[in-house]
Design a binder for this molecule. Structure first.
Ligand code: NAP
Length: 486
């Protein structure tokens, strides 16, 4: 197989600003690594504030024309992007695996998921509607007019290098907004490739700008401080989200915040255990556990604890670990050394407090950032991994004996992104749906991400929704017009 880097020519490993692909004004570059080998795979431009503001110039200049572009035309460009991604799926997937580490099958899944946002929002672009009504007391009419909010700044994480950007760019373009995306420094290549694809299908210059940088703090804060920016959408950790919310407050920016999670996955004694096992494997191991909605805590009702644990441990232990581009690999490399160290420390902390390791638990020697699938039992409530985002292939199993007890434990976190419940009792499932403080819940399902559903959290997991009909509203302001008509 050819080198996945061949799809992104050297001239496109630079900043995408307006109609140009250009070097950083300072000429600086930074290295992107393959996390499975630690080897440099590319150098990309390292933007500073000057470059960030040049991207904002381009987005601001393009704004009026893009907002005035007929919705059908915008829709067609999004459809063309969807088709191009579908046609080039293998190339995009290999690039994702190379820079991020996930197995190729997972990367293919991400391309399909990311591309769907373009299809979904191509369909939404032509369905933006206002309202016309009579004021209750008569005498005048009320007209509501949706308008694009304006140039948007997007900051995205490394765990889904394509989809996290697609979830923002597609609805923004559908609504008539222009965009500047700052991808994670560890995975900038996929976003550059997306920008290249969107250039090729004819998206006008200035509508999709991409600024790669190692200086996220400086560049993003300069963008947020500029009054031409009208919206921030961020996906990443709650910690950085808080910082950006404070900065956005100075300009009273519209914000969408997709932040961290700490999902509980609850297996009731009446569950179909085959379904629960499949669901737990997906909810824990999709994306090597490096997902905001990954099952971080697995609660199993006492009567089925032994059977569930034995079967789950067997399946986890059978997964093969290796380079994501190699055949038959289930678990690729984690993103970096810091991530492996954090996970290793969380496992050691749980063991110190009395947990037992059933599978895995030992980081391997050798190059690359690998950690084996790991299952822990007897994990005490004060173990740090029940509070922190594990963000890796480690599953703590905790037993429970009553619904009230497990509901209280599941809700005992600052996060409120996703949860999972496995039971055959509909009323029980609905009581959990009503009682769990999460923005999303899977009932007898471990896979819940869907472009046609509203993705987003409550509590400190975020503000706003991505995908679905709600997704485009994040990019629309509403002007109310009063029309005198006695
Ligand atoms: P992160 O450290 O918060 O970084 C996310 C993005 O923010 C990166 O582009 C990063 O740039 C940038 N950034 C970091 N510090 C910044 C600052 N001071 N000012 C401006 N930008 C800054 O998160 P991550 O480690 O990439 O991603 C993992 C986190 O994302 C997890 O907490 C996960 O739960 C969350 N996540 C949430 C969702 C959701 O939908 N709720 C989806 C996926 C991931 P650099 O790369 O240069 O540091």
């Amino acid at each position: 197989m050819s080198d996945p880097m061949n799809v992104l020519a050297p001239e496109h490993r630079r900043l995408r600003i307006g109609d140009a692909w250009r070097d950083a004004a300072s000429g600086a570059t930074f290295a992107v690594e393959d996390p499975a080998t630690g080897k440099t795979i590319a150098e990309v431009a390292d933007a500073d504030v000057v470059d960030g503001l040049a991207a904002l110039d381009a987005a601001s200049t393009a704004m009026a024309e893009w907002a005035a572009t007929p919705p059908r035309k915008r829709s067609e460009l999004l459809t063309a992007t969807y088709r191009a991604l579908a046609e080039r799926s293998e190339e995009v997937a290999r690039l994702i695996t190379l820079e991020m580490g996930k197995p190729l099958a997972e990367a293919r899944g991400e391309v399909a998921y990311g591309a769907e946002f373009f299809r979904w929002f191509a369909e939404e672009a032509v369905r933006v509607e206002g309202r016309y009504s009579t004021a209750p007391a008569g005498g005048y009419r009320i007209l509501t007019v949706p308008k694009p909010v304006g140039p948007c700044v997007f900051v995205t994480p490394w765990n889904f290098p394509l989809a996290m950007g697609a979830r923002k760019i597609a609805p923004a373009l559908a609504a008539g907004c222009t965009t500047i995306t700052k991808p994670a420094a560890q995975t900038p290549l996929t976003m550059l490739f997306l920008a290249r694809i969107m250039e090729e299908v004819g998206v006008p210059p200035g509508v999709v700008n991409v600024v790669t940088t190692k200086r996220a703090g400086e560049v993003v804060s300069a963008l947020l401080a500029d009054s031409r920016t009208r919206k921030l959408s961020f996906t990443g950790s709650t910690e950085v989200g808080r910082v950006l919310l404070r900065q956005a407050a100075d300009n009273v920016l519209r914000t969408s915040m997709e932040l961290g999670g700490n999902a509980a996955l609850i297996v009731c004694a009446d569950a179909d255990l085959d379904v629960a096992l499949d669901g737990a494997m997906v909810a824990k191991m999709r994306n090597i556990g490096e997902s905001c909605i990954a099952a971080n805590r697995i609660y199993v009702e006492e009567p089925v604890r032994e059977e569930f644990t034995a079967r789950f441990a067997e399946r986890m232990g059978a997964l093969s670990v290796g380079h994501g581009l190699d055949d038959g690999v289930d678990v690729g490399a984690l993103i970096d050394e810091a991530s492996v160290t954090k996970i290793d420390e969380l496992v050691a902390d749980a063991v110190d407090r009395g947990a037992r390791v059933l599978v895995g638990g030992e980081r391997p020697d050798g190059p690359g950032h690998f950690y084996p699938p790991t299952v822990l039992v007897d994990v005490p409530e004060d173990a740090r991994m029940l509070e922190a985002e594990i963000f890796g292939p480690v599953a703590p199993i905790i037993s429970f004996t009553s619904d009230d007890e497990v509901m209280a434990k599941a809700n005992n976190t600052e996060h409120g992104l996703a949860g999972y419940i496995f039971t055959r009792d509909l009323q029980r499932a609905l009581r959990f749906a009503e009682g769990l403080d999460t923005g999303m819940l899977g009932i007898n399902r471990g896979l819940i991400s869907d472009p046609s559903a509203p993705f987003g959290g409550v509590k400190q997991s975020g503000i706003g929704k991505e995908g679905s009909h709600e997704g485009i509203r994040e990019y629309l302001d509403l002007t109310y017009v009063a029309i005198d008509l006695p």
